[in-house]
Every structure is written in structure tokens, then in C-alpha cells.
Design a protein around this ligand. Sequence first.
Ligand code: THU
Length: 164
Amino acid sequence: MIDHEIKIAFKEYSSLDELNNQDKQLCQEAEKAMTQSHSPYSRFKVGAALRLQSGKIIYGSNQENVAYPSGLCAERVALFYWGANYSDDPVESIAITAHTHEFTITKPITPCGSCLQVLAEYEKKQGGKIKIILYCLDGPVWITNGIESFLPFMFFEDRLALTV
Ligand code: THU
């Protein structure tokens, strides 16, 4: 038997003011994205903003449906929009934020497993890491460089992409 241990790393900033201007701006864009959230069922609004290499910003927000499983998280709305429209312009960073009137969110929300897996796919596709910025409106900001810290056991099998 072998005992393995994996350490993950992320940086914590106490507020937006500690970030560089680009990251700070992207957090504000995520906040803007959140205003388009369609979340009458959870009443939990999530916004995501992607900064592309060209400087272009694209947005996503959670979109829910009365048939619950038909909805989609903010991150995947933004990432699939990127995949469908801008995949030749690499994603440099993603900022994510959330808000609800039901309670105060005091630490950053982290993307769900499916969104992490989609981030992993697109990092592979573009051949470059995506900086992940988790912005809590009433708390700290967590930043990690690339998906691996959040998903050290991400599923990826090169041999499935037979044509690449
Ligand atoms: N949600 C996101 O959009 N992103 C996350 O990272 C976690 C959860 C959405 C899905 C659903 O619309 C609502 O938040 C409550 O789970």
C-alpha cells in the first residue's frame, strides 16, 4: 500500500482592492453578468465573466428552468458561449460571483464539478491555463492559476480524442 497526498494551492485576498486592475475589473464584470441571471427557483444569482487574450470580455449567468435539470450554471453558460463563438481567442481568466437575498454569502462560491470538468476540457483545448477568480461580494477573493488545484483528479483521456 502507498499513501499519497495531494496539496492544492490558492491565494486569498481580503478585498477587491488588493487585486490588480485587470482582475478587479473582471470581478466587476462578473457582478454585471449576474444581473442577467434567471433564477426564480433557487433565488441564487451567479455571474461569470471571461477575459479573452484579445481583451474581449464575455458573460454568463445561471439560467434556470421550471423543469429543473434543464437549467445551467453561469460558468458553463459563459464557457459554452466561448466554445461556440470565440474558441480561437484563448480564455485567460474567469471571474465568478454570486448573490442571494436569502442569506449573506461570506466566502467565495466554487464552481460545481461539472463546471470544473468543462474548464478542464477547455484548458486542454486551448493548451493554456485559465486563471480562476472567485469573488465574494461580502468576503474574500480566492484566486488559483488553472483548474488543477480544484480538480486534481480531473478526467482526461487523450486517446478519446482520436482525431486530434
Ligand atoms: N450555480 C451556478 O451557476 N454556478 C455554481 O458554481 C454553483 C451553482 C447555480 C445553479 C443554480 O441555478 C443555482 O446556482 C443554485 O444551485
